[in-house]
Design a protein around this ligand. Structure first.
Ligand SMILES: [Zn+2]
Length: 434
C-alpha cells in the first residue's frame, strides 16, 4: 500500500469520483459560459447551452478547446473569474513559439498545491524530508508548483531553482537533500557531474520527481542507478495548472490522474471521436475545479493510453501511461512517424547517455535524418575504424525500430550543449510549417 496526502480522495470509490466530477463539471461549464465571452461564443456556435450538461456523461457534447483558442483569446478571453479574485499568472516556456498564460485565484493555488503534495507524498516523503527543487521558478510552473506542494506536506523546502550546478551540489551535500525535483535531463546531468566529482557518498537523495519533458524507461533506470534513488514521473501542463495533473505512485506503472480536479478522455486525433477504454489516442483534459482559468475539453496533443484497472497502491484514480509522444512534435520523416523517445530508447539500450541531437534536413526533396550522439568516456575511441563500426551498430538498431535510415555521428563526450531546463533534442531544418 502507498502513502497518501489525502487518502479519502485518492482512494475514493469510483461512484464517489463520478459524483464529484458530475457536480463540478456542471458548475464549471456554467461559470465559463457566464464569465467568458469566448467560451459563450464557442458553445453557442456548437449549439450547446450549460443546461445540456447535467453530468459527466454529457461531456462529449462540449466543443474542444485547442491551443489555437488560447492564442486567439489571449490574454483575458478565457478568464472566468473577476480580476480582483485572481492573484497569480504563470506562463509556458514558449518552446513551441506559442506562449500560453494561465490565471489563478487563491482557491486554484490551494488545489494545485494539494495535487503536488499528493505527488510528493506518493514518493514516501514526509515532514522529515528536505525537498530540493531545481525546477525553474518564475513564470514556469515547475518550481512554484512543487514548492507549494512541499509546503503543504510540511517538508523542509529548498527553492534552489534551476542553474548553477556547483551550488546545487553544494546544497545537496551540506543540507542532505532527500528528494530532488527537476527535469529528467537535468537530473541526468547532475548524476553525471556527481559521478565525475566522486561525491556520490555525500548524496543522501532517496527519490526524485521528474517531469516537464518526455523521458524513457531506460533513462529512468539510468538516473535511478547513478543517483541511487527511485525516480517518479509527474505530468502537467501550465494550461491546466502546472505539474501534478497526474503523478506516479510506488508501483511506477502509470500516473494517477487527480480526477477530482481533472477529467481525462482519449480521442482519435483525426476525427475527434472519443475512443473506448484502453485505446491509444490523444489525451483531452477538462479542469473542473479551476475558478480563474478553467479549460474544458482541452486537446493536449499528447498521445496516451488510460488504464482503469485498480492499482496495488490502493489509489482508485485512473492511471495514464507516460505519453508516447506528442501529436504535434511527432516528426514525419520520409512519411514515417518518428518519436524522439524511440531514438532515445535505442541509444540508452546501447549504453549511450541521453545526450543527443536529432537533425532533420531536406536534400533534393528527400528527408535526411542525422543523429549526433555523445560518446561516454568509457566508449570513447579515437580510432576511426572503431567509431565507424559503433555508428553502424546504432544505424542498424535505429533502422529496426524506426524503419528508416539515420546517419549516426558519434561525437566527443560533453560536446553537445547541456540544458538546465528543457533539452533541445530536435532541430528540424525543413521548415515544413512556414
Ligand atoms: Zn498506484
Amino acid at each position: 500500500m502507498g502513502t497518501y496526502y489525502q487518502k479519502e480522495i485518492e482512494c475514493a470509490s469510483r461512484e464517489q469520483i463520478k459524483e464529484w466530477q458530475s457536480e463540478r463539471l456542471v458548475k464549471t461549464v456554467k461559470r465559463a459560459y457566464e464569465n467568458s465571452q469566448y467560451y459563450k461564443n464557442l458553445m453557442d456556435d456548437k449549439g450547446v447551452s450549460p443546461d445540456d450538461i447535467k453530468s459527466v456523461d454529457d461531456l462529449h457534447k462540449l466543443p474542444f478547446l485547442e491551443k489555437d483558442d488560447l492564442r486567439k483569446s489571449y490574454p483575458y478571453g478565457l478568464m472566468s473569474a473577476p480580476i480582483h479574485d485572481c492573484i497569480r499568472i504563470q506562463s509556458t516556456s514558449g518552446t513551441t513559439g506559442k506562449r500560453v498564460i494561465a490565471f489563478y485565484t487563491q482557491h486554484d493555488l490551494d488545489l494545485w498545491d494539494d495535487c503536488c503534495a499528493r505527488a510528493i507524498t506518493a514518493t514516501g516523503a514526509t515532514k522529515d524530508d528536505v525537498i530540493h527543487i531545481s525546477y525553474g521558478y518564475g513564470l514556469f510552473t515547475g518550481g512554484l508548483g512543487l514548492h507549494g506542494g512541499s509546503h503543504k506536506v510540511g517538508s523542509l523546502t529548498l527553492p534552489v531553482s534551476s542553474g548553477n550546478t556547483e551550488r546545487q551540489l553544494q546544497f545537496m551535500c551540506d543540507l542532505e537533500s532527500t528528494v530532488l525535483c527537476c527535469t529528467p535531463s537535468y537530473a541526468a546531468y547532475l548524476a553525471e557531474t556527481i559521478a565525475e566529482k566522486g561525491i556520490k557518498d555525500q548524496i543522501k537523495l532517496k527519490a526524485g520527481i521528474f517531469g516537464a519533458e518526455a523521458w524513457t524507461e531506460e533513462m529512468r533506470k539510468d538516473i535511478e542507478e547513478k543517483l541511487g534513488i527511485k525516480a517518479y514521473d509527474i505530468y502537467g501542463l501550465t494550461e491546466l495548472s502546472g505539474p501534478g495533473v497526474s503523478f506516479e505512485c510506488s508501483e511506477q506503472n502509470g500516473m494517477h490522474i487527480n480526477e477530482d480536479h481533472f477529467i481525462a478522455e482519449i480521442i482519435d486525433p483525426e476525427t475527434g471521436e472519443v475512443l473506448p477504454d484502453g485505446q491509444k489516442g490523444e489525451l483531452v483534459f477538462s479542469s473542473i475545479t479551476k475558478e480563474a482559468f478553467p479549460l474544458l475539453r482541452y486537446r493536449t496533443r499528447d498521445i496516451c493510453i488510460l488504464n482503469h484497472e485498480k492499482c496495488p497502491c490502493g489509489r482508485t484514480m485512473t492511471r495514464m501511461a507516460k505519453p508516447l509522444g506528442r501529436s504535434d512534435d511527432m516528426l514525419i520523416i520520409k512519411g514515417v512517424n518518428v518519436f524522439p523517445s524511440q531514438i532515445e530508447a535505442v541509444l540508452l539500450q546501447n549504453g549511450y547517455p541521453a545526450n543527443y541531437q536529432i537533425i532533420v534536413t531536406r536534400v533534393n526533396n528527400s528527408d535526411v535524418l542525422d543523429i549526433n550522439v555523445e560518446m561516454t568516456p568509457e566508449k570513447f575511441s579515437d580510432t576511426i575504424g572503431e567509431i565507424s563500426s559503433a555508428e553502424k551498430v546504432l544505424t542498424n538498431d535505429l533502422r529496426a525500430v524506426l524503419g528508416i535510415f539515420a546517419r549516426v555521428h558519434l561525437v566527443a563526450h560533453k560536446s553537445i550543449v547541456r540544458s538546465e531546463g528543457k533539452a533541445v533534442r530536435v532541430i528540424d531544418k525543413r521548415n515544413l510549417y512556414k
